[in-house]
Design a protein around this ligand. Structure first.
Ligand SMILES: [Zn+2]
Length: 397
C-alpha cells in the first residue's frame, strides 16, 4: 500500500506529468463535452459520436484507430515497452435519451444542465483530452494505452460495446480504467450482477362489458406486478428489483390481448440474484396461467458480477490519485462497463471527472468547479497505471 502511494506521488512529481497537468484546460474540456452531448447517441445508434471520436483520435495522432460495427471507436497510444500488457481507458458514448430529445444546455450558478452531459459526454471528453495531452507532450509510459469510446452501456445495450472491445483487445490488456463523468470521488472496484427480464402477458381479449371476468393481459400483468412488489429481497447483501417499463392494452373498453413489462434485478451477490429471479419466475408460473392467459419471459440483460479487492494496486492507485487531488474517496460496487471486464478477470476500476446529479433525467446537471481537479486525478491515475507492471509477480512500478 505504501509502495502504491509512493508510486503515485512520484508520478505526480515527474516532469512529464507536470507538463501534462499544466496543459489541462477545464473550460476546453467542458466545450468538448458539450460538443459531444449535442450529437444524439441513443443506445444502438452511437454512430455519429463514434465518428466524432474517431476524427479526433486520428487528429491527436493515435495509432490503430478504428471503429467496429457496434460503433465502438478505439485507438492506441504506444508505450515504451512492447512487452508490457496494455492499459485500457474507456468511456461509453451512448445515452438513455431517445432520438428527438431536446439537448439544449443551460448554465445556472456553477452548474451545467443538459441530458447526457455528465453521463457520459464528459467522460468521453476526458478520454479525448487524455489522448490529446499524451500525444501533444509526447509522454510514453511503458504500457500501451488503448483508448475506447464504446457503445451500448445504457438501457438494453447489455454491455455489448465493451464486451466487443474486450474480445478484440482482451489478450493484450493488463488493467482498465472506466470513466464515468459524474462519479468523481467514487472508486468502483466491484460490479453488481444484473438480470433484466422482459415479461409479456397474452390473453384472448374481448369486450370490457360483454366479456367481463374473462382474462385480460393487463389484469394478468398487474397481478404479477403486485406479486413482484410483495417480494422482500435482502438488504444485506443489497438486492433490488425495479419494474422500469410497462405497456399494454389497445383501448379503454377492451380486455387487453397483450401487456408487457421490463424488470431489472440486481444484487451484490450472484446467488441472491438467482434466488430473486427464481422467486419471480415462480410467481409467473403461478400467476393464473391458463390456456387463455399466458406469460412469456425473455432475458434481455445479463451483466455479470466481478470484483477486485480494495487492496489491489489499481484500487489503491485510484485512491491515492484522489487523495493527492484532495478529493475524499469512496470505494463502491456498481453496474458499469467494468462489470464485463472484471468478469473476464481484468483488474478494472471506474472513476469520475466531476460531481453531478439527476442522471438519466432531462434535468441532469454537472458541477463545473470540480472538473479541473477531476481531470487532474484521472490523468494521474492513467499515468500511474500505465507506468505500473500489473503482470503477476512483477515488481510493479
Ligand atoms: Zn454512464
Amino acid at each position: 500500500m505504501e509502495t502504491i502511494t509512493r508510486h503515485v506521488a512520484s508520478c505526480a512529481q515527474s516532469a512529464h506529468f507536470h507538463r501534462l497537468a499544466q496543459a489541462l484546460d477545464a473550460p476546453q474540456v467542458i466545450q468538448t463535452a458539450v460538443a459531444i452531448q449535442q450529437i444524439p447517441a441513443p443506445t444502438f445508434d452511437e454512430g455519429r459520436r463514434a465518428n466524432y471520436v474517431r476524427d479526433r483520435f486520428i487528429a491527436a495522432g493515435l495509432r490503430d484507430v478504428g471503429s467496429d460495427a457496434l460503433h465502438n471507436t478505439v485507438g492506441r497510444w504506444p508505450g515504451a515497452d512492447p512487452a508490457r500488457p496494455a492499459l485500457l481507458v474507456s468511456a461509453h458514448t451512448d445515452t438513455v435519451f431517445p432520438a428527438g430529445t431536446d439537448l439544449t444546455v443551460r448554465e445556472e450558478s456553477g452548474r451545467l444542465c443538459g441530458p447526457g452531459l455528465g453521463d457520459n459526454s464528459l467522460g468521453v471528453a476526458a478520454l479525448l483530452t487524455l489522448a490529446e495531452l499524451f500525444a501533444a507532450h509526447d509522454i510514453h509510459p511503458p504500457a500501451d494505452i488503448w483508448l475506447a469510446a464504446n457503445s451500448r452501456e445504457e438501457g438494453l445495450g447489455n454491455l455489448d460495446g465493451i464486451r466487443a472491445v474486450w474480445n478484440a483487445l482482451g489478450a493484450r490488456l493488463g488493467a482498465a480504467i472506466v470513466v464515468e463523468g459524474m462519479a468523481l470521488g467514487r472508486v468502483y472496484h466491484a460490479g453488481i450482477a444484473v438480470r433484466r427480464l422482459h415479461i409479456a402477458c397474452h390473453a384472448s381479449g374481448g369486450h370490457s362489458w360483454l366479456h367481463f371476468g374473462q382474462p385480460s393481459a393487463v389484469h394478468g400483468l398487474i397481478d404479477l406486478g403486485a406479486r413482484i412488489l410483495a417480494l422482500t429481497p435482502p438488504n444485506e447483501p443489497r438486492t433490488t428489483y425495479n419494474i422500469g417499463l410497462i405497456h399494454g392494452g389497445h383501448s379503454v373498453n377492451s380486455l387487453a390481448c397483450e401487456a408487457e413489462l421490463y424488470l431489472d434485478l440486481r444484487s451484490e451477490d450472484p446467488a441472491c440474484l438467482q434466488a430473486l429471479e427464481r422467486a419471480v419466475r415462480e410467481h409467473i408460473a403461478s400467476a393464473g396461467q391458463t390456456p387463455q392467459l399466458t406469460f412469456t419471459t425473455t432475458v434481455v440483460g445479463d451483466r455479470p458480477a466481478g470484483h477486485i479487492d480494495p487492496t489491489h494496486p489499481l484500487v489503491q492507485m485510484a485512491g491515492a490519485a484522489l487523495e493527492l487531488a484532495r478529493i475524499p474517496a469512496f470505494y463502491e460496487r456498481g453496474s458499469t462497463d467494468a462489470n464485463a471486464l472484471l468478469a473476464n478477470g481484468l483488474p478494472t476500476v471506474t472513476v469520475g471527472v466531476t460531481r453531478g446529479a439527476h442522471s438519466h433525467r432531462q434535468d441532469e446537471y454537472i458541477e463545473t468547479a470540480p472538473i479541473a481537479s477531476g481531470l487532474w486525478q484521472l490523468a494521474l491515475l492513467v499515468l500511474s497505471a500505465a507506468e505500473w507492471d500489473f503482470r503477476p509477480g512483477a515488481a510493479g512500478g
